[in-house]
Every structure is written in C-alpha cells, then in structure tokens.
Design a binder for this molecule. Sequence first.
Ligand code: HEC
Length: 121
Amino acid sequence: MKKMRFVVSLLTLLSFTPITIADIDTVRQNELLYFVKHDCGSCHGLTLKGGLGPALLPQTLSAKPESYLVNTIMEGRANTAMPPWKSMLTLDEATWIAEQLQQGLIPPTQLARNKKPAGNP
Ligand code: HEC
C-alpha cells in the first residue's frame, strides 16, 4: 500500500512540473533577462519599444513564427545592424528569449518602472 502511495505522489509531482520548450535554469534566466535589456535594448530600446531596431513586443512578434525569430537572433540579418548572437547564446537560450518576447514576459526595466507620468511629480 505504501508503494502505491509513493507512485501516486510521484505521478502528481510529475503532472505539476511546468512544461517549457526551452529548459533554462532560473539563474541563467535572470542573466538572459539582463542581457536582453542591456545588449538587445541598446538597439531595440530599453523597454523594447524600438529604436535603431524594430519593437520586440508581443504586438509585433506574436504572429511571427518562433523559428524565424530564433534564426534572426542566432544568425543576425545580413546587411542590417542586427548582429548574430550565436557566439553568446545557445539555441535553447535564443528560443527561450524568443518565447519571452513573443509572450511579453520580459518585465519592464527599473528605468521604465521609475519613470513618473508627466504632470504627476
Ligand atoms: C546593433 C543593433 C542591434 C542589436 C544590439 C540587436 N538588434 Fe535585433 N535587430 C536590429 C535591427 C536593425 C533589426 C531589423 C533588421 C531588418 O531590417 O530586418 C533587428 C531585428 C530583430 C528581430 C526581428 C524582428 C522582426 O520583427 O522581424 C529580432 C527578433 C531581434 N532583432 C532580436 C534581437 C535580440 C534578442 C537581441 C539581443 C540578443 C538583438 N536583437 C540585438 C538591431 C539590433
């Protein structure tokens, strides 16, 4: 009977494990979030609303195929300012970043959060 209970709890545990395509640990996720804000943000804007590069927001990215975005991140775009990142990111990490961008899961930067609305000191 004890064994049965063990199996049941094991199954429960497994069924609650979140399924993600790109499996990146939390420490690396934080590094990647920092990386996106600072390195990608230098062209795409600190709040990813665009600058030299286009906006990287769910509104502009969610309809595009994930593989297309991952490929852009890894290989860059020839004859544009978008550089390749494959020397700094693994395929899994680029996939994770693309997913975060498409779903709008990258939190606003400290800078954006601290910015007070105009006329409201
Ligand atoms: C030196 C400037 C620069 C940096 C740094 C940069 N990008 Fe870009 N990125 C661009 C430009 C310019 C484009 C548009 C290329 C084009 O015209 O097709 C672009 C395009 C993209 C696209 C395609 C967007 C779309 O709508 O098709 C993605 C995704 C992207 N960048 C992600 C990133 C990520 C992630 C990083 C950081 C790892 C990053 N970029 C860093 C300049 C940059």
